[in-house]
Design a protein around this ligand. Structure first.
Ligand code: MEV
Length: 421
């Protein structure tokens, strides 16, 4: 029987039982969640990176109530920060009451860059030579993969703007459909594979051959309505619009606002084995696409006075290849999510970012975030004060109720509780 309790009210074994029922996770996967070292040990880590000495554990949780394009998802999140999963779930629940998130994602088109110094050939002629041999270059690139397909090739002129004044160069760009993979490895291979031919055609010299993490042809868009009554009324909507005005217009605020968005995106990306640094880099560049760094989300009032939110950003993720194929917990996280394509995963990440942003700016524009944050942090403080077992929650509750969440008070209460035992 599935428990009637809310996910956050369940004990760990009840949560796992619920996941098993809802997502049809096999017993073996549940066992891996309970004991990750049984499936991923030091030898695996040692094969994955260099100079390995151990493994870093991060909490793995589930954000609930994510309705995206009329389908409900349980979103795995790996994160050390309290409040993020609770806040995302709460915002997702509010959105769900107004129909949930509506999202769409571009095809998985990535850009691979080859930097060419034309040297002895005038750049116009070099450019022409490359473009007139486009089909052959695409053919060479495509000889490296059957699954990932180089679809097009473009050439741009670029002038060095640095203090070194290195002059003019040509940037040859492969437009590559990586389908359900993130694609970094194949893109880099394709770039390296066409480089000798590019040099031969132009008599120039190739310097770099690498993908661009600014995945502007792989955008995802997501929106949702948050009913004013669920947010605390019209005046809270108004205050949230001021919060957005601040983030849109001030770079110091925009960075923090976007950090809140990335709390949701990175946590889900990390749990599902994605290269979150690539997503971060692309997202922040996109936030500055008009020349000024701004909020990645857009907030406005609907005719009814409810709050509408939108997010658009590049999200290069994969459900095959890379870490996704080797890390057992990433595979399980993808099974929990139940996504069938990389686009679907990108849409969930965008929804997680939008939800996280709403939750943060709603709290900031009303009671502030410290109340909720510190309440959750109280358990960490209790542990830092030396509490163990049942005493953790007892100490945390007392310092929270007293609104005095600090380590000295936690130590005092711990001594009193121990004496009373
Ligand atoms: C904290 O991790 C994230 C926030 O600072 C985001 C924001 O200020 O919008 C609360």
């Amino acid at each position: 029987m599935i428990s009637k309790k809310k996910f956050y009210e369940m004990a760990r074994h009840e949560r796992l039982h619920y996941l098993k029922k809802i997502t049809a996770l096999p017993k073996r996967d549940i066992a891996i969640i309970q004991d990750p070292l049984s499936a991923f040990n030091f030898d695996d880590a040692n094969r994955m990176i260099e100079n390995a000495i151990g493994m870093l554990m991060l909490p793995l949780g589930i954000a609930t109530d994510f309705m995206v394009n009329s389908r409900e998802y349980l979103v795995p999140m790996a994160i050390e920060e309290p409040s993020v999963i609770a806040a995302a779930s709460k915002a997702a629940k509010i959105a769900k009451r107004s129909g949930g998130f509506t999202a769409e994602a571009d095809k998985s088109l990535m850009i691979g860059q080859v930097q060419l110094l034309p040297l002895h050939t005038p750049k116009e002629i070099a450019k022409q030579k490359i473009l007139s041999n486009k089909n052959e270059l695409l053919h060479i690139a495509n000889s490296k993969s059957r699954y990932t397909i180089a679809k097009d090739l473009e050439v741009r002129e670029l002038q060095d703007k640095s203090q070194n004044n290195m002059g003019e160069m040509l940037i040859v760009e492969l437009i590559i459909d990586t389908q359900d993979s993130m694609g970094a490895n194949v893109i880099n291979t394709m770039c390296e594979t066409i480089a000798p031919k590019v040099e031969e055609l132009t008599g120039g010299s190739v310097i770099l051959r690498i993908l661009s993490n600014y995945a502007t042809r792989r955008l995802v868009r997501c929106k949702a309505i948050f009913a004013k009554n669920e947010l605390g009324g019209e005046h809270i909507v108004e205050r949230i619009l001021y919060a957005y005005a601040f983030a849109y217009s001030d770079i110091h605020r925009a960075v923090t606002h976007n950090k809140g968005i990335m709390n949701g995106i990175d946590a889900a990306a990390l749990a599902t084995g994605q290269d979150f640094r690539a997503i971060e880099a692309g997202a922040h560049a996109y936030a500055a696409r008009d020349g000024t760094y701004r909020s990645l989300t857009k907030w406005y009032k609907t005719k009814e006075g409810d709050l509408a939110g939108e997010i658009e950003l590049p999200v290069a993720v994969g459900i095959v290849g890379g870490v996704v194929s080797v890390h057992p917990l990433a595979k399980i996280a993808l099974k929990i999510l139940g996504v069938k394509t990389s686009q679907e995963l990108a849409m969930i990440l965008a929804a997680a970012g939008l939800a996280q942003n709403l939750a943060a700016i709603r709290a900031l524009a009303s009671e502030g975030i410290q109340k909720g944050h510190m309440k959750l942090h109280a358990r960490n403080i209790a542990v830092m004060a030396g509490a163990k077992g049942d005493l953790i929650d007892s100490v945390a509750r007392r310092i929270s109720d007293e609104n005095n969440i600090n380590i000295d008070r936690a130590k005092d209460i711990l001594s009193l509780l121990k004496e009373a035992k």
